[in-house]
Design a binder for this molecule. Structure first.
Ligand code: DQA
Length: 138
């Protein structure tokens, strides 16, 4: 299966950013592990801190990929535009979060993108991405 992982704002700093919440591993290191685990699938990766670029990536994924694993970072809680982008494409999008957003600050409890996604996975650290891939494979 051809899968695109998209990470949103501040997720380029995984490994350095708030390690007690997000862990010590960079996403690039984890991606190497994932690519080995899913060597018969094709996994591409895109990261941007810019809302419009994330929207463009979702649009471009349509027809190009069979599934998208999206961690929209803080845009999860604010971006009607990203929710609309997901709703505008037919490629299935799975929402993932490293942390359990429901057990954190109340402003993180709302996901504006969740209603447009195939499903949501949260709270399993980097494994959330792996579970996101699994959910697209079955
Ligand atoms: C996050 C949770 C968001 O609330 C936060 O803004 C992030 C990371 C997560 O993966 O746990 O940037 O999406």
């Amino acid at each position: 299966m051809k899968i695109l992982i998209i990470n949103g704002p501040n997720l380029n700093l995984l490994g350095k950013r708030e390690p007690t919440i997000y862990g010590n591993q960079s996403f690039e290191d984890y991606l190497d592990v994932l690519k080995k685990q899913y060597s018969s699938d094709s996994i591409d990766y895109y990261q941007s801190n810019i809302e419009g670029e994330l929207i463009n990536a979702i649009h471009s994924a349509d027809g190009e990929y069979e599934g998208v694993v999206l961690n929209a970072g803080a845009y999860t809680h604010t971006s009607i535009a990203i929710a609309d982008a997901i709703g505008s494409v037919s490629v299935p999008v799975v929402e993932v979060h490293l942390s359990c957003i429901l057990s954190r600050e109340s402003f993180r409890h709302i996901s504006l993108i969740a209603p447009k996604c195939k499903g949501s996975i949260m709270g399993f650290g980097m494994n959330s991405y792996r579970l996101g891939i699994e959910s697209l494979l079955f």
